[in-house]
Design a protein around this ligand. Structure first.
Ligand code: RIB
Length: 306
């Protein structure tokens, strides 16, 4: 099995359940509140670890209770946390997430130690990059650091998977060069390409715009509808499993990690996408980020009794 390295964010998520999203100026009584380990990077590392992958992570937390809870949770599923710096006198990253009655969410991030992930931290952990086969990243740390780590990994012949979330509109073209896979959703694809998209043809054109900048495979997530894969072989649609979503938080992280895990076991791209779709279909039926990630047994059994 190939080795997976995740570089990215760790957040403690404060989740507020609400009947609907409050409007500006409105005071709304929520249904409940709970704390869950999250952060796009940590969610990916946790998911790949829980599914049985060989996983390490580079990131940063503070020497506070949230930082310890986040690293402990990763270690519970076998993730090597040696590359996660523990920073004194700082605050661990946090996310404040509102989930409405349809399972949709809105998220406010407080960067904390995620904003301290630096080129120096990447250099200190160069051995982890040299040792991995697949590098997974997202955009909750400084994009310049993401590009730095990507360039190093590509120069060493590693496969780089980038989930460009949260999407930013002013990224340099150079960030895409040599990236093997990206997985934007439709809104993220609009932000990344600076155009509004209507229909499959325009999505394909936008994906080709990013491929022209150096990404080999673009997987456009269409949420509950499915996923569009655009690569040298053309354009292929993978329909999603129909489920009753209660919370879509981390569904994308779960998909990307499960996809990487399947690739790490030698599965084809198509098989890896289908595996990721099963894992994320289960995740959206559960509350929270890392609390929603299924086990390998659950993913393998998924669909057998439907
Ligand atoms: O992708 C979901 C994640 O986004 C949450 O866990 C939250 O921490 C934010 O980073």
């Amino acid at each position: 099995m190939k080795k997976i390295l995740v570089i990215g964010s760790l957040n403690m998520d404060t989740v507020i359940e609400t009947p609907y999203m409050p409007k500006s100026g409105e005071t709304l009584t929520g249904k409940g509140v709970f704390l869950v380990p999250g952060g796009k990077g940590a969610n990916q590392a946790y998911a790949a670890g829980k599914l049985g992958g060989n996983v390490s992570m580079i990131g940063a937390v503070a020497d506070d209770s949230f930082g310890k809870m986040l690293t402990d949770n990763l270690e519970k599923v076998g993730v090597n946390t040696a590359g996660i710096a523990v920073m004194e006198g700082e605050t661990t990253g946090q996310a404040f997430i509102t989930v409405d009655g349809c399972g949709a969410n809105s998220i406010i991030l407080i960067g904390g130690t995620n904003a301290k992930v630096s080129r120096e931290l990447i250099d200190e952990n160069r051995a982890l990059i040299e040792d991995c086969d697949i590098l997974m990243m997202q955009l909750e740390i400084d994009p310049a650091v993401v590009e730095y780590a990507k360039d190093l990994a590509v120069s060493l012949g590693k496969m780089v998977i980038l989930d460009p979330a949260p999407a930013k509109g002013n990224l340099p073209d150079s960030i895409w060069k040599g990236v093997a896979y990206i997985k934007p959703n439709e809104t993220e694809l609009e932000i990344l390409t600076g155009r509004s998209l209507n229909g499959e043809e325009e999505r394909r054109e936008a994906a080709e715009q990013l491929r022209a900048k150096g990404v080999k495979n673009v997987m456009v997530s269409l949420g509950g509808d499915g996923l569009l894969l655009v690569n040298d072989d053309g354009c292929r649609f993978f329909p999603a499993h129909k489920v009753n979503a209660v919370d879509t938080t981390a569904a994308g992280d779960c998909f990307t990690a499960s996809f990487a895990l399947a690739l790490s076991k030698g599965e084809s791209v198509e098989e890896a996408i289908r595996f990721g779709q099963k894992a994320s279909a289960i995740a959206v039926t559960r509350k929270g980020a890392q609390t929603s990630i299924p086990s390998l047994e659950e993913v393998l059994a998924y669909g057998m009794n439907l």
